[in-house]
Design a binder for this molecule. Structure first.
Ligand code: DGL
Length: 270
């Protein structure tokens, strides 16, 4: 048993999509989340900058005595998951890409045409193609970067014509040209626009990692006998800029979930 908190981080509010599942399935776990809202988006930045930010945040989390780190960000996972694991060998670190790939490998039909949408950095890394082809060589996998999604989501522009137009701008041609049947949401921000994507393309199966990532947290904690017995305190939501947009999004993601009502906000200067 280990009552220390589980640390999560993302460039912004996207990581909250996986936290919601962890809070549901592991209510005894205390969570410390850091969203780097002042410096998001990460998805078009250089690898050096992303690595530098990721190490700062990992240190912030370890200073807060976390027992595990969940990188709730595909972009950071694509750039430096292994380096973070080497730098913090005493702490299990879970990335965002492998859980999503496992879901896709499990649920896509033989020979399916899989599309991956993600940030420019994640697409350029080729991480999804490599991992998915290894598990399912029969699948055709094509990726497209959608860099305008994250800034719009961070601004709370979701249920809006601008977002629908942006989705069509990136996906109309891509889905048609590649006869895509299954679409991987390769960025933790994208589940927040899953409803919009489904309403524009109802035939598509959407694959995201939020639920699977929560399962990975549970499995890893169980395996290491590190589950908490009781929640040791309130969840902590920290951000490098606690803007109205951040507060709105936390409220949106947590709406109606009683177990995450006791949230404290900290504005953190890195
Ligand atoms: N939510 C992040 C991801 O999963 C990063 C988005 C960004 O900051 O560009 O890739």
């Amino acid at each position: 048993m280990d009552n220390r908190p589980v640390g999560f981080f993302d460039s912004g509010i996207g990581g909250l999509t996986s936290i919601a599942y962890v809070m549901q399935s592991l209510p005894q776990e205390r969570i410390i989340f850091f969203g780097d809202t002042a410096r998001a988006p990460y998805g078009s930045k250089s690898a050096e900058t992303i690595r530098h930010f990721a190490f700062q945040i990992a240190r912030f989390l370890t200073d807060h005595n976390v027992k595990m780190i969940v990188i709730a960000c595909n972009t950071v996972s694509a750039i430096c998951l292994e380096e973070l694991r080497e730098a913090f060998p005493e702490i299990p670190i879970i990335g965002a890409i492998s859980p999503t790939v496992r879901v896709a490998a499990r649920c896509c039909r033989k020979g399916a045409h899989v599309g991956v949408i993600a940030t420019s950095v994640t697409v350029k890394s080729g991480a999804y193609e490599k991992k998915l082809r290894k598990l399912r060589p029969d699948l055709s996998v094509k990726s497209v970067a959608c860099p305008a999604f994250v800034p719009l989501i961070e601004e709370g522009i979701i249920d809006h014509e601008i977002m629908r137009q942006t989705i069509r701008y990136y996906l109309d041609g891509f889905l048609k040209e590649n006869a895509i049947t299954d679409l991987v949401l390769g960025c933790t921000h994208y589940p927040l626009i899953g409803g919009q994507i489904s309403s524009l393309y109802p035939h598509l199966r959407l694959i995201s990692s939020s639920e699977e990532a929560a399962g990975a947290v549970e499995r890893e904690l169980k395996k290491r006998n590190m589950l908490s017995e009781v929640r040791s305190g309130n969840h902590v939501f920290a951000a490098s800029d606690v803007s109205d947009a951040f507060l709105r999004m936390v409220e949106r993601v947590s709406a109606g979930k009683k177990e995450i009502a006791d949230i404290h906000f900290y504005n953190l200067e890195l």
